[in-house]
Design a protein around this ligand. Structure first.
Ligand SMILES: Nc1nc2c(ncn2[C@@H]2O[C@H](COP(=O)(O)OP(=O)(O)O)[C@@H](O)[C@H]2O)c(=O)[nH]1
Ligand SMILES: [Mg+2]
Length: 380
């Protein structure tokens, strides 16, 4: 890559970020296990951050034992411009039958970062704040080609109200392009129908070029991803990061194969600042306000039951319960209707049988009368 990390190329971003004494930028990956989350992180690091450039880099790995959330850090510097990049790798969920609450540690982790930052802001000495607030959360969708699973919808809803949520289609190389496009449309429709909040690059700008770029970024969402740190050789002799197949190579950085380059550009190039400011102004602010409503300045975090997050959850449960009851009621009513119809039908049958019996009895009477009269009736 000739343009390197590129963050220093954006004058506006640079000015704003440096005026905050360098920037923290934190990305989180979430999704079922085996979808390539860890591979994507490694691919990001391999294609961009480890590129032979003249900036300093330092890696650190840290594992939170209870949640198995892994934190990777890299200090980036390009022409005197600093970014503290943190990538948070979460364990997969969805492996178990009972996975209703499998996202709780992830959601808690996000809230905890807001909480921790808020508490630091309340301290008198707040120069070197620890800041692990998530600026971009990549949600990995399984490349099924059908639709989002109910579990996906539930988790995405919860994430979307807390962070800049960016859905990605994992392992794009396992789908043919046509199916991939259809799948994107389906996901967009489900996201809209379910009211899931996802990150959209802002279009309201005077600069036509920037607006056009934002429009392109919006139109490719959800980003399709191929992850690989392997160098492979294409048919025409290029060495690229990719995955080798009998039919050829699925290339990570080929825009005809997937949207990896666009995603990377969104994250660490064009929209890094917007992701940071929108986290600060929307998500963190929303958290802070919600907390202020339930507790006084400096007071510790409220008990779980009083917590707005749990209220939100309780409200959802109540809603779901009401829906379930309504559904059962309507099923019952249908069944009742069915029974009434069946009863009417049987009554009618019964009536017909009665009439038939009456007719037969009448006939029988006639025959009996005929015999009594010595067989002369009707033979006149
Ligand atoms: N076909 C394909 N396989 C992938 C891709 N990314 C990762 N994998 C493979 O999927 C498996 C699980 O990947 P991993 O990154 O550990 O998934 P995680 O559990 O989500 O972190 C590994 O065998 C990877 O080589 C991809 O883009 N396409
Ligand atoms: Mg992993």
């Amino acid at each position: 890559m000739s343009d390197g990390i590129g963050i220093a190329n954006l004058p506006n971003q640079r000015h704003k970020i440096t005026s905050q004494h360098g920037a923290h930028f934190t990305i989180m990956v979430v999704g079922e296990s085996g979808l390539g989350k860890t591979t994507l992180i490694n691919t990001l690091f391999a294609t961009e951050i480890c590129a032979p450039r003249n900036y300093r880099q330092r890696f650190a790995k840290q594992l939170d034992k209870t949640t198995e959330i892994e934190i990777l850090k890299a200090d980036l510097e390009e022409r005197g411009f600093n970014i503290k990049l943190t990538v948070i790798d979460t364990p997969g969920f969805g492996d178990y039958v009972n996975n209703r609450d499998s996202w709780t540690p992830i959601v808690d982790f996000i809230d905890d970062q807001h909480e921790s930052y808020m508490r630091q802001e309340q301290q008198p000495f707040r120069k070197d704040k620890q800041d692990l607030r998530i600026h971009a959360c990549l949600y990995f969708v399984k490349p099924t080609g059908t639709t989002l699973k109910p579990l996906d919808v539930e988790i995405m809803k919860r994430l979307g109200t807390r962070v800049n949520l960016i859905p990605v289609i994992a392992k794009a190389d396992t789908m043919v392009p046509e199916d991939l496009l259809n799948f994107k449309t389906i996901i967009r429709e489900v996201v809209a129908a379910q009211g899931i909040k996802i990150y959209t690059p802002p279009i309201d700008t005077e600069d036509d070029c920037v607006a056009e770029h934002a429009r392109i970024m919006q139109s490719v969402m959800p980003f399709s991803i191929i992850g690989s740190t392997q160098d492979v050789t294409t048919h025409d002799g290029r060495v690229v990061k990719g995955r080798e197949y009998l039919w050829g190579v699925a290339e990570v950085e080929n825009e005809d194969h997937c949207d990896f380059k666009k995603l990377r550009s969104l994250l660490i190039r064009t929209y890094m600042l917007d992701l940071i400011t929108s986290t600060e102004e929307n998500h963190y602010e929303a958290y802070r306000l919600a907390q202020m409503e339930t507790r006084k300045f400096g007071e510790p975090k409220v008990r779980k039951l009083d917590n707005p997050k749990y209220r939100e959850e309780e409200e959802m449960l109540r809603k779901r319960f009401t829906e379930q009851v309504k559904l059962e009621e309507s099923r019952f009513r249908q069944w009742e209707q069915h029974l009434i119809a069946e009863r009417d039908r049987l009554n009618k049958d019964l009536e017909q049988a009665h009439t038939a019996i009456k007719a037969l009895e009448a006939e029988l009477d006639q025959v009996a009368a005929y015999h009594r009269q010595g067989g002369t009736v009707g033979r006149r």
